[in-house]
Unconditional design. Structure first.
Length: 169
């Protein structure tokens, strides 16, 4: 988090107000929409067994109309599809039950966040966790965000130890 700003560096209180891409070309609002659509696509993959390509096709049209980051959405969905077994195995030590026993919305979000933490090192760990919590609060069970927070905090501390230590420094 930058001083005086929200998780993406926007002035405090302006969360959700799009002023366009930052200097690095990332539009935080578009990324948030991409994560929400990715959650829906990964959830659909879990329930129906559809592959990533078909899930992307199903949601891409809607995604484009929301002016979201289509490339990021596709990367998340493809990444979870391709690395699901690795992500589940990596998450397991931080869970209190089998991955398949976790609520489907929370499981989908944990997989997406795990993918970001392990494969999208360009995204700060705090952004990954914050976005996961906001998304689960919106779509998940009443207290699902607390479970997701605990899992991702422990996972980030191990997977991105240097970054987490620097932030706590």
């Amino acid at each position: 988090m930058r001083a005086g700003g929200d998780r993406d560096g926007a002035p405090a209180g302006d969360a959700g107000v799009s002023r366009g891409p930052r200097r690095d070309g990332v539009d935080p609002v578009a990324r948030t929409r991409s994560r929400r659509r990715a959650l829906q696509a990964v959830y659909a993959m879990q329930l129906s067994g559809v592959d990533a390509r078909n899930a992307i096709a199903q949601f891409a049209h809607e995604q484009a109309h929301e002016v979201a980051d289509l490339e990021y959405f596709e990367d998340l969905v493809r990444g979870v599809g391709k690395h699901r077994a690795e992500l589940d195995a990596a998450l397991q030590p931080f869970l209190d039950r089998a991955v398949e026993e976790v609520d489907p919305i929370e499981r989908a979000m944990l997989r997406i966040a795990a993918y970001e933490l392990r494969h999208r090192l360009d995204v700060p760990f705090r952004v990954v966790i914050d976005e996961a919590l906001r998304t689960v609060k919106r779509f998940g069970s009443e207290h699902g965000h607390t479970y997701v927070n605990g899992v991702l905090d422990r996972a980030a501390a191990q997977w991105r130890a240097t970054e987490v230590q620097a932030a706590r420094g």
